[in-house]
Design a binder for this molecule. Structure first.
Ligand code: SAM
Length: 239
């Protein structure tokens, strides 16, 4: 797979270990300290996670299924997957995110809690950029990570994620549609202090081409939108 370099990755890592960590921990959490926009993003993201879990469980039980959650953030997906019995590798480029995900997993996955029985398998936590991951997993999932990279970097990331997946790959990205493109341009005219990183939009056709190049095809598609959150969710399988 092509190496993501040229500074994007270092900027992203630094952001998600510092201000980005504080911002996204709040958005992905449950406290009231979020503003209206953040609350809207929280709701949209929760829908993406919910839809991804639905895509995953539609094909049958996750018990014993190996899942690589690439760019796991605070564990929004990894933890519910572990509750479903999946054997999860939760990895992220940000050490702060991985530590938070691990803390939350320890709180939520303790045996006996919420009558989780049989006890879920604790995910394995790892600080790693997704380009350095190796091994094979039944399923690879990568939610809301591609937004941090331009398409020319995203192509290599998609190819690498596909190479780790044996049966399916689930990706979400911010779709490059006219409306969202416009919204983003307007946003760039008024950059807020918390918008420390660039957001890159991806066209569905480009993502599909990147998958086709490595022998994968899209089997299911979904679109999640709230007022300030837009995500295209795709499930790909070997063609
Ligand atoms: N996937 C999680 C979710 O949906 O809850 C987190 C999404 S958050 C917007 C993006 C995450 O991607 C951050 O935790 C960030 O540290 C991580 N990330 C960014 N670039 C990455 C890379 N190259 N490899 C692995 N993780 C990355």
């Amino acid at each position: 797979a092509e190496e993501v370099g040229g500074g994007d990755k270092e900027v992203v890592r630094d952001y998600f270990n510092n201000t980005g960590f504080q911002r996204w921990k709040k958005i992905y959490g449950e406290t009231d300290e979020v503003n209206r926009v953040q609350k809207d993003i929280r709701i949209g993201h929760a829908k993406t996670v919910e839809n991804a879990i639905k895509m995953l469980t539609d094909e049958g039980s996750l018990r014993g299924v190996t899942v690589c959650d690439a760019g796991c953030g605070t564990g929004s997906l990894s933890i519910p997957l572990a509750k479903e019995g999946a054997v999860v590798l939760a990895s992220d480029i940000s050490a702060a995110m991985v530590a938070e995900a691990e803390n939350q997993a320890k709180e939520q996955l303790v045996a006996g809690k919420d009558e989780l029985s049989p006890a879920p398998v604790m995910p394995k936590f790892e600080v790693s950029d997704l380009e350095s991951l190796n091994g094979k997993y039944d399923t690879v999932v990568c939610l809301d990570v591609l937004i941090h990279y331009p398409q020319n970097k995203a192509d290599g990331m998609i190819a690498h994620l596909a190479s780790l997946a044996e049966k399916r790959l689930i990706l979400s990205f911010a779709p490059k549609t006219f409306y969202y493109d416009l919204l983003k341009r307007v946003g760039e005219l008024f950059p807020g202090p918390s918008k420390a990183t660039r957001a890159y939009l991806h066209s569905e056709a480009d993502v599909e081409r990147a998958l086709q190049k490595v022998g994968w095809r899209i089997r299911k598609r979904g679109l999640i939108t709230t007022q300030f959150y837009f995500a295209k969710l795709v499930e790909a399988v070997p063609a």
